[in-house]
Ligand binder design. Sequence first.
Ligand code: PAP
Length: 370
Amino acid sequence: MASSSIIKTIPLMAIPNFNVCHKLELLKEEGKSGDPKHQEGEGEGEGEEEEVQSYEFQEMLESLPKERGWRTRYLYLFQGFWCQSKEIQAIMSFQKHFKSLQNDVVLATIPKSGTTWLKALTFTVLNRHRFDPVSSTTDHPLLTSNPHDLVPFFEYKLYENGDVPDLSGLASPRTFATHVPFGSLKDSIEEPGVKVVYFCRNPFDTFISSWHYINNIKSEAVSPVSLEEGFDLYCRGVIGFGPFWEHMLGYWKESLRTPEKVLFLRYEDLKQDMESNLKKLASFLDVPFTEEEDQKGVVHSISDLCSFENLKKLEVNKSSKSIKNFENRHLFRKGEVSDWVNYLSPPQAERLSALVDDKLGGYGLTFRYN
Ligand code: PAP
């Protein structure tokens, strides 16, 4: 799925070739597919959970702590964070097989922090000499491809189902994305010169965005997560790739320790001041804007091209699916700061605020969310 959909949607060989070499042996050994009754997705009607997994994988899964899932029946505590069985399968394959190269760029987020936006901006900044964001407004790849097609996820595209993609033909800098926390990523990006951009959004809006999204895309067979239940799970850390505070802290600390390797950006800052943040991103990626580009209005053109309003209205973002089971249109809901005030009660807001202060305040990681 990964290879064909990417090749189909990206013009001019921007990402030329993701052939799957072989499956992760542990997960795909012939004759060891396990008892189908033990499959997590059994009876859920959830396409993502239907894949037959090996007996060893099932055994490993059953040894993990689990909680009620948001989108699938369970979330498992794997390597210290919560995720679905299919994600574990992909992450294991990624960790085993991915080899970083010197100029690789990895975009990291916890879901619903603005991943789609960051992908659009980074792709456009890095490729602005091939795809001019100022004049070629009619044939820019973003006009016909969703950002998730242009910057593939390790866990939802490249290594999905335990696949092992052939990344040898990719143009440099190779640009990938992940939701995996830093602790589970770091061994895979040890090559000097690999750069990580972490995009952080305030936990209030991230929660509301997640709650809407999951209720839009979840299988009919999984009961809806009410706002109250979802909020309680979120505050207990039980959300995909959470606890959110550990996810944020992992990248925050690393950005302070190795600022040349990890850039920490905030959703709210980009909303307030796109120009300086886009310049920061370009400089970090070693492709700073020149004075001439500044005068030509390149920064503004990129900002406009990647804006919520522009992306949301494109046909590809209204009617296609770039990631299996996820309709692109659900990736563009409101794109605002502070929408949470329309959903959370004062006691809920107090609880989350106290949690954020308690978990993150001591590290100097603060947010604007009012
Ligand atoms: P993902 O992690 O599943 O890829 P992600 O893109 O991080 O999702 O989150 C979607 C959120 O980003 C949505 O927020 P909302 O629910 O509060 O509206 C979506 O609207 C917002 N978003 C998507 N594209 C943009 C953009 N170009 N500018 C600002 N916000 C955006």
